[in-house]
Design a protein around this ligand. Structure first.
Ligand code: FES
Length: 588
C-alpha cells in the first residue's frame, strides 16, 4: 500500500526539522532509517510522522503497585492531545516505579534505579523532549534526576493530591493521621474497628498524599524551581483542570524543543534556592533535602546541606498544612495554591529565574491572589515564625550533619540533654518498644542506628520510630529520637534525621552506647555525646561493620557499594553529573 497523502501538514514554517535529535533515527533514507520508521508504522502512524516533527517522550511511572500514580495513564492521554495539536509526535513509555506504601525495604532504594532507567531510556531512543509523569514520593525526584542527566527539554507533570480524607465528620490526612491513629491504638485509646474504619476513609480518590508530605512537597518545590507549569502542582488528581494542565503541557513541550529550553537552563543555583525557600514556607518534607542535594549534583549546582538551614532563616511557614498545620491540599489549592503562595512570598523568591513556560517565575505568578488567609498566611501572621524551618545540627555524633524539622517538633525539646538508649536495628527497637519493663523515661534519648543509606539499605522512613508503649500510656507523645534514617514527610515529632556519616559506614553514631549522655541543642545547631575522643577511639577499635542483608548481589549490591551519604543526597557516586543526550552508534 502506498503512503497515505495527508496533504499540507501546516508545519512548513515551523523551526524544527533538520538538526532534531530524532532525525538521526528517522531522517536516514537508507536501511537503518527504513528499520526505524517501518517498525513504528506498526503502531498505525502515517509516514509523515517521521518528516522532522519533534518526537516527545511521555515517561510514565504508572503502576498498579504505585497506587498514587495509577491515574497517570489517563493523564498521559491528555498530554498526547496537546503534543499532537502542537505538531509533535508523542510516544508514551513506562519505566520502573516505586510506591511508598508497598515497596520494601523502602521505595528510596528504587529512586536511583528509576532515575537510571529513565536516563538510559531517554538517551537510547529517538526523543527530542520529554514530559515526565510522576507523583508518589520517590517518583518525582527520580524522574527529575534522570532527565537532568540527559538534559533534553523536559516538563514535569505531577499526579496531584487525592481528595481530603474524611472520618466521622473530620478531615484526616494521609500519613499524618496514620501515625495518630496507630499510636492512639497502641495506647489503648481506640479499638481495632475504629482503625479499620479510618483506613477506608483516608485514601478515597486517586492521587498522591494530600498532606504536605514528600509528594506534595516535591510537586510544589519543582514548580517553584521552574520544572512544572505554574499554578498546577496543587491541583487535585481528579480535578479536570489537571487534565487541562496535562494538555497544555503537551503543547508546551513542543515549543520547548523549538526553543531548546533544557533543564540546564532552568535548574540554576537560584532555582534551587527558590526550591529550598519554598520548602520552608510550605512546611515541607525533610526528604526534599536529600532529593534536592542529589538533583543539584546531577546538574553541577553547588548546593550544600547547610543551605537548607541558612537560606531559610528569614522564611516563615506560611502554608497551614498537615503535618505542621491544620489543612490539606484541597484547601491549599482553593486558597490560591502555589501561585498564591508565590505571590505572598514576594522577593523571598528569586523572581527572575527561567521556567518551563519560557518566562520568569515572577512573570508566571504576577497578579496571583490568595482567597483564604487562614490557609495561606500573610508574612506578618505566619503559621510558624521565621527560624522554624529545617535546622542542620552537627557535632561529635554527626560530623557531616543531621537535620531537624523544627516546625514538626516540640519546642520544649529543642534543647535537651538525656541518657541515650541505643538499638542496633529497627527490629531490635520494635521488639523492646512494647515491653512494660523497658527501662525508659520521657527524658531519655532514643537512638536507632544502621537504618541509613547503606545500613538498611535505602534509608527507610523510620526516624520517627513509635514511642515505647509505656511512654504513650503515660500520656507523653514526644521524645527526642535520633537515627541515620529518614522520616515520612507526613510525620512529626522531635526527630533528628539523616545523621551523617551513618553508622553502617562507620560514623560516630556507631560508637554511642546506652547510658551515654547526649545533648541536642537546636539553637546552637549542635548534636553531641559526652564521650571523650580517647574513649571513642577505643570503641572504634572494637567496631565491626554490620552485614547488610540482601546485598550479596543485584541492584542492592550495586546500591550499597556506591550510595553516597545523606549530606550528598544518597545518589550513586557514578550517577552524579550528566552525560547529555549524545546519540550512540548504530549497531546495524
Ligand atoms: Fe504515595 Fe504518599 S504514599 S504519595
Amino acid at each position: 500500500m502506498s503512503a497515505v497523502n495527508l496533504g499540507s501538514t501546516g508545519l512548513e514554517d515551523r523551526p524544527w526539522g533538520e538538526g532534531l535529535r530524532s532525525q538521526v533515527w528517522f531522517g536516514d533514507p537508507g536501511k537503518t532509517g527504513f528499520m526505524h520508521r517501518s517498525w513504528l508504522r506498526s503502531e498505525g502512524l502515517p509516514d509523515d510522522t517521521f518528516d522532522g516533527r519533534p518526537v516527545i517522550g511521555i515517561a510514565n511511572s504508572w503502576s498498579e503497585l504505585t497506587s498514587c500514580n495509577v491515574h497517570l495513564r489517563t493523564l498521559a492521554e491528555h498530554v498526547k492531545r496537546g503534543i499532537w495539536q502542537a505538531g509533535g509526535v508523542p510516544f508514551e513509555f513506562p519505566t520502573s516505579s516505586a510506591g511508598e506504601p508497598l515497596v520494601r525495604p523502602t521505595a528510596m532504594l528504587m529512586r536511583n534505579l528509576m532515575a537510571m532507567d529513565l536516563e538510559e531510556t531517554l538517551r537510547m531512543n529517538p526523543l527530542d523532549g520529554v514530559v515526565l509523569l510522576a507523583g508518589c514520593d520517590k517518583t518525582t525526584p527520580a524522574y527529575l534526576m534522570g532527565a537532568a542527566s540527559v538534559d533534553l527539554p523536559t516538563l514535569l507533570i505531577t499526579g496531584g493530591p487525592m481528595l481530603n480524607g474524611k472520618y466521622r465528620g473530620t478531615d484526616i490526612g494521609s500519613g499524618t493521621s496514620v501515625w495518630r491513629f496507630t499510636e492512639a491504638y497502641r495506647a489503648g485509646q481506640i479499638g481495632a474497628e475504629e482503625v479499620r474504619e479510618a483506613e477506608g476513609c483516608m485514601a478515597r480518590s486517586q492521587g498522591h498524599c494530600m498532606t504536605m508530605g514528600t509528594a506534595s512537597t516535591m510537586a510544589c518545590v519543582s514548580e517553584y524551581m521552574g520544572m512544572q507549569l505554574p499554578g498546577t502542582a496543587a491541583l487535585g488528581a481528579n480535578d479536570s483542570r489537571r487534565a487541562t494542565a496535562a494538555h497544555l503541557a503537551g503543547r508546551r513541550i513542543v515549543e520547548m524543543v523549538a526553543e531548546d529550553l533544557r533543564p540546564s537552563r532552568i535548574l540554576t543555583r537560584e532555582a534551587f534556592e527558590n526550591g529550598v525557600r519554598a520548602n520552608a514556607a510550605l512546611g515541607g518534607s525533610t526528604n526534599a533535602v536529600i532529593h534536592l542535594l542529589a538533583l543539584a549534583r546531577r546538574v553541577g549546582v553547588d548546593l550544600q546541606l547547610e543551605d537548607f538551614d541558612t537560606l531559610v532563616r528569614d522564611v516563615p511557614v506560611l502554608a497551614d498544612l498537615m503535618p505542621s498545620g491544620r489543612f490539606l491540599m484541597e484547601e491549599f489549592q482553593d486558597a490560591g495554591g502555589t501561585a498564591g503562595l508565590a505571590e505572598t512570598l514576594g522577593d523571598l523568591l528569586h523572581r527572575d529565574t527561567l521556567t518551563v513556560t519560557g518566562q520568569t517565575l515572577g512573570e508566571n505568578y504576577a497578579g496571583a491572589d490568595v482567597w483564604n488567609r487562614e490557609v495561606i498566611r500573610p508574612l506578618d501572621n505566619p503559621v510558624k515564625p521565621v527560624g522554624s524551618g529545617i535546622a542542620v545540627v552537627r557535632g561529635n555524633l554527626a560530623p557531616r550533619g543531621a537535620v531537624v524539622k523544627q516546625s514538626a517538633a516540640s519546642p520544649e525539646l529543642m534543647t535537651h540533654t538525656g541518657r541515650a538508649l541505643v538499638w542496633d536495628s529497627l527490629q531490635a527497637y520494635l521488639a523492646d518498644a512494647d515491653d512494660p519493663d523497658l527501662d525508659v523515661t520521657p527524658d531519655d534519648v532514643l537512638i536507632v542506628r544502621n537504618v541509613g543509606p547503606k545500613g538498611y539499605p535505602g534509608m527507610p522512613e523510620v526516624g520517627n520510630m513509635p514511642l515505647p508503649r509505656k511512654i504513650l500510656e503515660a500520656g507523653v507523645m514526644d521524645m527526642v529520637r535520633i537515627s541515620d534514617a529518614r522520616m515520612s514527610g507526613t510525620s512529626y515529632g522531635t526527630v533528628v534525621l539523616h545523621v551523617a556519616p551513618e553508622a553502617a559506614a562507620g560514623g560516630p553514631l556507631a560508637l554511642v552506647r546506652t547510658g551515654d549522655t547526649v545533648t541536642l541543642d537546636v539553637p546552637a545547631r549542635s548534636l553531641s555525646m559526652d564521650v571523650s575522643d580517647d574513649e571513642l577511639q577505643r570503641r572504634r577499635q572494637e567496631w565491626e561493620a554490620p552485614v547488610v542483608a540482601g546485598s550479596e548481589r543485584g541492584w542492592t549490591r550495586l546500591y550499597v557499594e556506591h550510595v553516597v551519604q545523606a549530606d550528598e543526597g544518597c545518589d550513586l557516586d557514578f550517577l552524579q553529573g550528566r552525560s547529555g543526550a549524545a546519540v550512540g552508534p548504530q549497531a546495524f
